[in-house]
Design a protein around this ligand. Structure first.
Ligand code: ADE
Ligand code: ZN
Length: 338
């Protein structure tokens, strides 16, 4: 089996996906049109030309503009369903999805509209496609603590649908410490915690995410490699890192996939995983991410299995579900002579 087929057929889990970042231009124009909203791009081609980013902020500006056409529960359902259908074709059997409530509540869309649409699609994803999923409510770190608290309050009415809280948006200048109290409160309510850290921000933000926000995973974490002591700590903790290769390339976190730190992370014994982050904007879903790093870093099939196993092990699911998922990977491994 060639490596491309191997990547395609390997059962995979995605742990770092912003549902608003899976908004494909075609669907964006369709939803904008049915909501009577005019996008600031004349057509799909012009929109795609805007997908050239020099940093995280340039991307976020386009991403928030795109999300602005999502109004109804059906819109959120359609967005989520399109993502699930896509990953189903790629043999992704489990996914953990971020949603950014404030991106929508700030412009007058009700919290319930957002979560109900997403959740209904996730239920259908399980029933019709056999994809298990977890929802992570992410706070926008460029907004203030009070806004995050208000969002947490809204989330409490949907505790049954939300497993964890996260932290995303503009990293530099918005350290994890800004949200310590909100994360304390979230943990007291029984939520697990994760945070984007060390994407553009320094290694000290990764320390803060671990020590102050008590995260169970670090989203990205690339800049951890600047600090040997931190690397040691992450290895000791076997702290999962949700790494996003194509995102890193598109946002110029790395200049070339050939210098992406993923292989080094594996060699060091860090618990790295591969994820798509915002696939509609960064040129690919899970398989394209795996293909890009495999080609650039000459990853072996053993490396690929390790990465997939790491993701299943790092999932926020109960032990029985985890074992079932891992078993699917084992069956694949047994059927495939590596
Ligand atoms: N929101 C969506 N994608 C993001 C990323 N890669 N970093 C921070 N915030 C985000
Ligand atoms: Zn992200």
């Amino acid at each position: 089996m060639n490596i491309k087929e191997f990547i395609h057929k390997m059962p995979k889990a995605e742990l770092h996906l912003h549902i608003e970042g899976s908004f494909e231009p075609e669907l964006m124009f369709k939803i904008a049109s049915r909501n009577g909203i005019k996008l600031p791009y004349k057509d799909i081609e012009t929109l795609k030309q805007a997908y050239n980013f020099n940093n995280l902020q340039e991307f976020l500006d386009v991403y928030y503009a795109g999300a602005g056409v999502l109004i109804t529960e059906q819109d959120f359902y359609d967005l989520t369903w399109a993502y699930l259908e896509k990953i189903h074709q790629q043999n992704v059997i489990h996914t953990e999805i971020f949603f950014d409530p404030q991106t929508h509540t700030e412009r007058g869309v009700a919290f319930d509209t957002v979560i109900d649409g997403i959740h209904k699609a996730l239920v259908d994803g399980q029933d019709k496609l056999g994809i298990s999923s977890v929802l992570i409510m992410s706070f926008l770190r460029h907004l203030d603590e009070a806004s995050a608290f208000k969002t947490l309050q809204s989330g409490l009415r949907h505790k049954d649908k939300i497993k964890a809280v996260g932290l995303d948006s503009s990293e530099v200048g918005n350290p994890p410490s800004k949200f310590k109290k909100v994360f304390d409160a979230a943990r007291q309510e029984g939520f697990l915690t994760v945070a984007h850290a060390g994407e553009e921000g320094p290694a000290s933000y990764v320390y803060e995410a671990l020590d102050l926000l008590k995260v169970s995973r670090i989203d990205h974490g690339n800049r951890s490699l600047d600090d040997d002591k931190l690397v040691e700590k992450l290895i000791d903790l076997q702290m999962p890192l949700t790494v996003c290769p194509l995102s890193n390339l598109k946002l110029k976190v790395v200049n070339d996939m050939k210098v992406h730190p993923l292989k080094k992370m594996l060699q060091l014994g860090l618990k790295a995983t591969v994820n798509s982050d915002d696939p509609a904007y960064f040129g690919g879903y899970m398989n394209e991410n795996f293909e890009a790093v495999t080609q650039a870093l000459d990853l072996s099939k053993k490396d690929l299995i390790r990465l997939s196993k790491n993701a299943f092990e790092a999932g926020f699911v109960d032990e029985a579900t985890k074992q079932k998922l891992l078993q699917q990977l084992e069956v694949f491994q047994e059927q495939t002579v590596i």
